[in-house]
Ligand binder design. Structure first.
Ligand code: F6P
Length: 548
C-alpha cells in the first residue's frame, strides 16, 4: 500500500487544506502557550519547534501516521540488529558502537559487542601513545601531523567533529583531511608537513575507493622518496577498513589496521575506527563523551513517546513540509563557526540515506523523499542567500543551530550572533505586510505615491518555518547528541517513506563510467559505448593535453 493510501495520510491531506492558508502569526496569537508546548530539551540540546505551520491536530495526525507505519517496531528492529538494509542484507548498528552498557547485540548469532570493545581499546592504546609522544616516527621523533585520507563517510564525520571540537584538540597535533583526488589538495597538505613527523590514516570502508587509494599511493610515494625504506611505512601509515585484506595488500602492517564491520554504514561510521582521527586529536576521554552523548540520544529515541521524541518530531515536521507543502529543500544553518562543516556532513547523511526513488520492495514511489539539504554559516548566509528565504518563491524550512554559551568568545560577539539567530526566525515567521511597509515608508519621509510604489518590495510574506536548536555549549557530549539526533531523524523519515536508508546504489553508475572513460583517456581498452557529447569531451581533453 502506498503512503498516500494510508488513512492517516488522507486525514493529513484534508488537514493540510485548512492549515496551508493559516499564518503562524495567528497560531501564536491564539495559543499563548505555544512557545512552551512546542519545546523539548534533552541533555545539552533544546529544541524550539513552535515556529512551524502546525497545531496540535497536525502533530496528532503525524503521530498517527508514524504509528500506522509501525515506527516503534522499526526502531526496535534497528537497535536489535535486524537486517534492515535489505538490499545489502546487513544490519545498521551504529547505535551498538555507543552501547555503553555493553549489553549483547547479535549479528548472525554472534555478539558483536566483544569486537566493538576490542577495536575501541586498540584505538585507545594507539591514540594514547601518539598523544603522549610515545609513538615515534622512523627517526624517533613524535608525530606532529595527522593526515586522514578518505572520502564521503570516511572523511566528513571525522573532519566535522575535529573542527567542531578544536578547543579540545591536542596542542601538538595538526589535523589534515584529504578527500579530493584533485592533487591540489594533497599537494597543499604535503607542503606543510614532514615525512619524519607525519602519520597518515587511510580510511576506507571498502578499501576500493579510487580517490582514496590514489591519494594514499601518492602519499606513500612521497614518504618513501624521503624515507627510502619500506619498513618505515609501519610507523607512518595506518588503515581503517572493513576490508583488512585489501589494506594489507596495500602494504599496511596487520597491527596498524583498525577494523570495522559491514553493519556500520560509511556515513554512520565516525563512532568506530573511522573516528580514529577524532580520538587521536581529542583523546580517549573526549571520544568517550562523544559516544555518551550519542547514546543519550539513542536511549531517548528508543524510549520516549513520540510526543516528546526529538528525532521523531523533527522527522515528522520534515515529512509535513516535503509531502504536503511540496518543500523540496531543507536548510541546516549553524551560527557557531565551530560547526561550519555540519551542513556538509548532514548533506551526505540525509541525501545519501534518503535520496531514493523506490520503496523497500522496489516499487517506484509516487511521493517525494529526501529534500535537498543545503546550508552554510548563518551570519554569512544572511548576507548572501537569505534574501531568497525571506522573499523568494520557494518554501525552505530550516534548522538554525547555535550554542548558548558565550564562554571563550570575544566580548560582545556572542550576543550579536544570538540576536541574529532569534531575529531571523522571528522575521521568517512574522514577516511584514503591505500596510506596515507602506506606513514605514511614510514615516521615512516618502510621499504617498513613493511609499505605495516601494511598499510591495518591502513586504515579507512571513509564515516561513524554522526550528531553533540551542546547544548549551559545543562540547563532545553535546556534539554526540546532535549528530545522533539527525541520524535518527533521517531513519524515521526513511520509515515513513518506506525506503532503505542504508544503501547507496545511486553512487555506482558514475563510478563505473568514470573507470571506462579513464581507460579511454589513456588510450587503453574500454568496454562501454558513450554518447556523442561524452566522446567529444574526451577527444577535446586528449587533444588539449597532447601538447604537454
Ligand atoms: O561513493 C559513495 C561512498 O561509497 C560513500 O557511501 C562512502 O562513505 C564513501 O563513498 C567512501 O567509501 P569508502 O569508505 O569505502 O572509501
Amino acid at each position: 500500500m502506498s503512503l498516500k493510501e494510508l488513512k492517516s495520510f488522507e486525514k493529513l491531506q484534508k488537514h493540510f487544506e485548512k492549515m496551508s492558508s493559516l499564518h503562524m502569526k495567528e497560531l501564536f496569537l491564539k495559543d499563548k502557550l505555544r512557545y512552551k508546548k512546542y519545546f523539548l530539551s534533552l541533555g545539552g540540546l533544546r529544541l524550539d519547534y513552535s515556529k512551524n505551520r502546525i497545531n496540535d491536530d497536525t502533530l496528532n495526525l503525524l503521530f498517527e501516521l508514524a504509528k500506522e507505519l509501525k515506527l516503534k517496531e522499526k526502531i526496535k528492529a534497528m537497535f536489535q540488529g535486524e537486517k534492515i538494509n535489505t538490499t545489502e542484507n546487513r544490519a545498521a548498528l551504529h547505535t551498538a558502537l555507543r552501547n555503553d552498557k555493553k549489553n549483547p547485540i547479535y549479528v548472525d548469532g554472534k555478539d558483536i559487542m566483544k569486537n566493538v570493545s576490542e577495536v575501541l581499546s586498540r584505538m585507545q592504546d594507539f591514540s594514547d601513545r601518539l598523544r603522549l609522544g610515545q609513538w615515534l616516527g622512523y627517526t624517533h621523533q613524535p608525530i606532529t601531523d595527522i593526515v586522514n585520507i578518505g572520502i564521503g563517510g570516511s572523511d566528513l564525520g571525522a573532519l566535522m567533529v575535529c573542527k567542531a571540537l578544536k578547543n579540545y584538540g591536542h596542542p601538538r597535533l595538526n589535523m589534515y583531511f584529504v578527500s579530493n583526488v584533485d592533487g591540489v589538495q594533497l599537494q597543499g597538505v604535503l607542503k606543510n608537513i614532514h615525512p619524519q613527523t607525519t602519520l597518515f590514516i587511510v580510511a576506507s570502508k571498502t578499501f576500493a575507493t579510487q580517490e582514496t587509494l590514489t591519494n594514499a599511493l601518492t602519499a606513500r610515494k612521497w614518504f618513501l622518496d624521503y624515507a627510502l625504506d619500506e619498513s618505515f611505512i609501519a610507523k607512518h601509515f595506518v588503515a581503517v577498513s572493513t576490508n583488512t585484506q585489501a589494506a594489507k595488500n596495500f602494504g599496511i602492517a596487520a597491527e596498524n589496521i583498525f577494523e570495522f564491520w559491514n553493519w556500520v554504514g560509511g556515513r554512520y561510521s565516525l563512532w568506530c575506527a573511522v573516528g580514529l582521527a577524532i580520538m587521536i586529536y581529542l583523546g580517549k576521554e573526549n571520544f568517550k563523551l562523544l559516544l555518551e552523548g550519542a547514546h543519550l540520544m539513542d536511549e531517548h529515541f528508543a524510549g520516549a513517546k513520540f510526543e516528546e521524541n526529538m528525532p521523531v518530531i523533527l522527522a515528522l515536521l520534515g515529512v509535513w513540509y516535503i509531502n504536503f507543502f511540496d518543500a523540496g529543500s531543507h536548510l541546516i544553518i549553524p551560527y557557531d563557526q565551530h560547526l561550519r562543516y555540519f551542513p556538509k556532513f548532514i548533506q551526505q547523511l540525509d541525501m545519501e540515506s534518503n535520496g531514493k526513488q523506490v520503496s523497500k520492495s522496489g516499487q517506484r514511489l509516487d511521493y517525494d523523499t529526501s529534500p535537498i539539504i543545503w546550508g552554510d554559516m548563518g551570519i554569512n548566509s544572511q548576507h548572501a542567500f537569505f534574501q531568497l528565504l525571506h522573499q523568494g518563491t520557494h518554501l525552505s524550512p530550516m534548522d538554525l543551530i547555535v550554542s548558548l554559551s558565550k564562554k571563550g568568545n570575544l566580548p560582545g560577539h556572542h550576543e550579536i550572533l544570538i540576536s541574529n539567530v532569534f531575529a531571523q526566525a522571528e522575521a521568517l515567521m512574522m514577516g511584514k505586510d503591505f500596510k506596515q511597509a507602506y506606513e514605514e515608508n511614510l514615516a521615512k519621509g516618502m510621499n504617498e505615491e513613493e511609499a505605495k510604489k516601494l511598499a510591495p518590495h518591502r513586504v515579507f510574506s512571513g509564515n516561513r518555518p524554522s526550528n531553533i536548536l540551542l546547544i548549551d555549549e559545543i562540547n563532545p557530549k553535546n556534539i554526540g547528541s546532535l549528530i545522533a539526533l539527525y541520524e535518527h531523524k533521517i531513519f524515521v523519515q526513511g520509515v515513513i517513506w518506506d525506503i532503505n536508508s542504508f544503501d547507496q546504489w545511486g553512487v555506482e553508475l558514475g563510478k563505473e563510467l568514470a573507470k571506462d572513460i579513464l581507460a579511454k583517456l589513456y588510450n587503453e581498452k574500454a568496454l562501454k559505448e558513450h554518447d556523442s557529447s561524452t566522446n567529444h569531451l574526451i577527444e577535446i581533453y586528449k587533444e588539449f593535453n597532447s601538447k604537454f
